[in-house]
Design a protein around this ligand. Structure first.
Ligand SMILES: Cc1cc2nc3c(=O)[nH]c(=O)nc-3n(C[C@H](O)[C@H](O)[C@H](O)COP(=O)(O)O)c2cc1C
Length: 202
């Protein structure tokens, strides 16, 4: 995201990867400007091409654009800590994950996993377009189900905010300080060749 000038100092890959993985991060500063219909559809198009079990495409996206009648319905689901910065988002999205296979109605054990792939596709596309995509678990899941009339065969998986980058100076001080890309633990601490090893202290 263009607001970060020292991204290369904060984030260094230990093994060669495409730069977009390091460039994607979760800013909170957004300008409040809208996204065009085409931009929005491009983001969802990226999600569309995610892999999924049996090509089930379990993801469904409910969304609200700012300054529309739907906005308060989505905004009111958020915890206050997220409302503080989401009031300048352009779009709020609730991700639904279809729990059962369309082909036979049996439980799908990887429905949320596949929705995560779709979300990451979308987030990388947003990064490539210079837009903000910020995932959220800080909202009322039960309220989302009732307020948005989500049927039982879907899990409410997550929410995310979309928008144009804004000025971090306009965030409250405690959020301004956190407006920097985070680091990661070394890859060696996330992998283990062979069975689970208690000595890894995971
Ligand atoms: C599913 C999910 C839920 C998250 N929930 C929140 C949230 O409620 N509020 C928030 O400010 N950030 C939230 N985040 C952002 C994470 O804190 C962030 O992705 C993580 O710290 C890694 O930082 P990065 O995305 O900038 O690389 C969430 C991210 C994801 C993917």
């Amino acid at each position: 995201m263009s607001a970060v000038s020292n991204l290369e100092e904060v984030r260094k890959a230990d093994h060669a990867i495409e730069p977009i993985f390091l460039r994607r991060w979760s800013p909170r500063a957004m300008s409040g400007e809208p996204l065009s219909e085409e931009e929005l559809l491009t983001l969802f198009e990226a999600a569309r091409w995610a892999p999924s079990t049996y090509n089930e495409q379990e993801w469904r996206f409910l969304y609200a654009r700012r300054d529309t009648p739907q906005w308060p319905l989505f905004f009111d689901l958020l915890m206050e800590a997220n409302q503080v910065w989401c009031r300048r988002a352009a779009v709020l999205v609730v991700v639904l994950a279809r729990k059962v296979f369309t082909r036979n109605g049996k439980p799908n054990p990887v429905h949320v996993f596949d929705c995560g792939s779709a979300w990451e596709n979308l987030a990388l596309q947003a990064t490539a377009m210079g837009l903000v995509a910020h995932g959220m678990a800080g909202f009322d899941f039960d309220k989302a189900r009732t307020a948005l009339r989500v049927p039982e065969h879907f899990d409410v998986a997550a929410m995310f905010a979309l928008g144009r980058p804004g000025d971090p100076a306009e965030l409250p001080p405690e959020l301004r300080e956190r407006e920097i890309p985070s680091d990661r633990r070394p890859v060696e601490e996330s992998i283990c060749e062979g069975p689970y090893d208690p000595r890894n202290n995971w």
